[in-house]
Design a protein around this ligand. Sequence first.
Ligand code: 4AD
Length: 461
Amino acid sequence: IVLEEDTSLPAATRIKLSNKTVELGDEAKKGARVKVYGRIHRLRVQKHATFITLKDGYGFLQCVLAAGPLTKTYDALTFAQETAIVVYGEMKKLPAGTNAPDSRELHVDYYKVIGAAPSDAEAITNKVSKDQDAWEAQMLDARHLVLRGENASAVMKLRQYVELAFIDTYREMEITKVSPPAMVQTQVEGGSTLFKYDYYGEEAYLTQSSQLYLETAIQSMGDVYCIEKSFRAEKSLTRRHLSEYTHIEGELDFITFDDLLSHIEELICSVVDKVLANPTAAGYIKLLNPGFEKPSRPFMRMKYGDAIEWLGKQDPPILNEEGNLHVFGDDIAEAAERKMTDQIGRPILLTHFPTEIKAFYMQKDPSDPRVTESVDVLMPGVGEIVGGSMRMWDHTELIEAYKKNDIPHEPYFWYTDARKYGTSPHGGYGLGLERFLAWMAGQHSVRTCCMYPRFMGRCKP
Ligand code: 4AD
């Protein structure tokens, strides 16, 4: 059978499934005749009709092909998941009591297959391996196909709305977007996670953070932010570490540490509000993380020193990586941090980390020089999503800090100059977009929060 379009029907208007204004037919009236380009997401062949759930990247639509000429073509007999197709027909109200992704369905009168997929439905595999690691690797190898799934693509779409909410918030806050380089010759967060490469015969790195560059922009551009990739040669495989991640960084001039903390809290809450206020984005959250609730304010503020005590006071105490009680000066490692965050169950601004365990550029607390004016934001389920601090703004102190940290100061001449020409108290932070998204979308790992995750051992597809 070869299908022919019935030319006596009204001409079909092309729509995307985001368009909800299409006239729907019912017993009383005819609906609009439309055509939709998309792919077969699900296929159900029944005696009286074939049901296609069509996806076009904008939504899902149930399409009904009445048994007969429409279902007897070679194409129809070889319909498969992911077959690219254009369907024509009348849009109708979904009959009461039926279940479909939308409140409407398309009564197909004509279609054309554009790109067939193998009718072996296993092409996009759901074969579940018993070995969790093997299964994960398999999903990552097939990431290009996994992205076609409803959940994986919902995370990616939500990611866009989250990013837009940051951009909107920054615009409202009058913070200017800048775009620092990714190819650099200075480190920010320690030599052990630098990706080195050959830059025309010189040693260079992929940037770990744009912070130092942002610090050179505030003098003429006011408060600034950037959304750029950062790179870390992390040598451990955890569910929150990537080798390449999207880093949202802000830098604010003429502020106090308290201003910085308030700003970070305001930023996070504004982004959450904006995402939830957008019906499409809120729909993705409902699908991915139905229990999500916006955090109550003010966030809990806790000093590092008090956190160390808190860890020891739990029953049983939460121990450090060596299995001992935490003492002042210890890093609070990922496992302990997560236990603490999950137990407290709300966002925490953890502040005043000891100088020894923090980066060279951090301003010391004037009332206690053992600690820095630094902050990590910890979220239940994920742990640290933000790291920030006030910056050392005294020239001499900064030169000393390079020495103390064995960092040659020459490559930092441009950074140091900010302390020479009109220095000021300023501070900023970096937020990992994938971690933020993992929190909002209820993802177990940051790996499902990027399109193609990069981590130790994985650089493809
Ligand atoms: O705490 P970090 O290392 O801070 C900085 O890079 C500062 N220079 C930022 C600044 O002040 N402008 O990183 C900041 C955030 C972390 O809280 C985390 O969310 C994210 O970046 N991050 C990572 N995300 C995924 N994979 C990794 N390997 C990450 N390392 C840091």
